[in-house]
Design a protein around this ligand. Structure first.
Ligand code: SF4
Length: 292
């Protein structure tokens, strides 16, 4: 849940999820619809699908135990280097480091070099005797992440109180490296077409879209605007902006009233449905509330 998502956003979801699925077995017995429902609003739904698939594999094939080798953990769905290392440290207490944004920042400041000039795996390998002196590897990895989040913060690091200041290149140097500026996300333009059956209070949604995000989820037909064409036979409703999965969307919303179902679509009640509807689609429902 914490991939690309802040702790404060995750907390209520995590608490609810753990109440519903208190252990691996209960999760492994569930299905995608239930898991996605609990994930609703958190975004990046592939994480939920991978989590469920991983739980099923672990229970079915690994006697409910997480493998102890990096190479075996990385074969599980959705688990890359970062998560595999975090799991090895947290669950098996192995000497390894999960290199997230916080850890990268701490290391780059200590060596006083820009992050993109550092090979972090090599840095850890070269310094492993110092880094893995402790026998509490799990605590060490967590402490390192927390240190980056609370002390060696992105803005205004608390250097004067920092216990590493005498070893820190950034603090000691007169020539501090320039930190990279965050790349601003480029906005993309989209048209969304809401076909509404007014008498039944239903809207046509489809899974057939080519967005590169929200794959396999129901949305009104949507297209990226590459060339501006006049939209015929649709009424303009409004323009709104939305951010989703690290993307900025500028959306023109069109509508028409019709009882004829568009191709590759299904009717859905505008007042909710048993089917999982992503929060992006629900936002569109709210936008068109005035005409339904
Ligand atoms: S001295 Fe400052 S920059 Fe260096 S590790 Fe500590 S908080 Fe970070």
């Amino acid at each position: 849940m914490l991939q690309q998502t802040q702790v404060k956003t995750v907390l209520p979801y995590f608490k609810n999820f753990i109440l519903y699925f208190p252990n691996l077995k209960s999760l492994s017995r569930s299905n995608e619809r239930k898991v996605l429902k609990l994930w609703e609003g958190l975004g990046y739904y592939r994480r939920a699908r991978n989590l469920l698939a991983t739980a099923k594999i672990l229970v079915r094939e690994k006697n409910s135990k997480l493998p102890k080798k990096l190479i075996d953990i990385k074969k599980l769905p959705g688990i890359g280097d970062y998560t595999a290392n975090a799991l090895l440290a947290f669950i098996h207490d192995q000497p390894t480091i999960a290199i997230d944004g916080n850890v990268k920042r701490v290391f780059s400041r200590i060596v006083n070099k820009n992050e993109n000039k550092i090979d972090f795996n090599k840095l850890v390998e070269t310094n492993k005797k110092t880094l893995f002196k402790t026998s509490r590897h799990s605590d060490f990895v967590e402490a390192l992440m927390e240190f980056g989040a609370l002390i060696c913060k992105p803005k205004e690091p608390m250097c004067l109180k920092c216990s590493l200041k005498n070893r820190c290149g950034y603090f000691r140097s007169d020539k501090k490296f320039k930190q990279q500026k965050r790349v601003k996300l480029k906005e993309k333009n989209y048209n969304i077409f809401c076909c509404i059956d007014k008498s039944k209070n239903k809207i046509a949604l489809t899974k057939k879209h080519d967005l590169g995000f929200l794959n396999n989820f129901y949305l009104p037909p949507i297209e990226e605007i590459i060339f501006k064409n006049k939209i015929k036979n649709w009424n303009f409703h409004s323009n709104f902006k939305n951010s989703i999965s690290n993307k900025k969307l500028n959306i023109n919303l069109y509508y028409k009233f019709s009882s004829k179902l568009p191709l590759q679509s299904q009717w859905f009640s505008l007042k909710g449905s048993n089917e999982f509807i992503p929060s992006f689609t629900k936002k569109i429902f709210k936008q068109i509330l005035d005409i339904t």
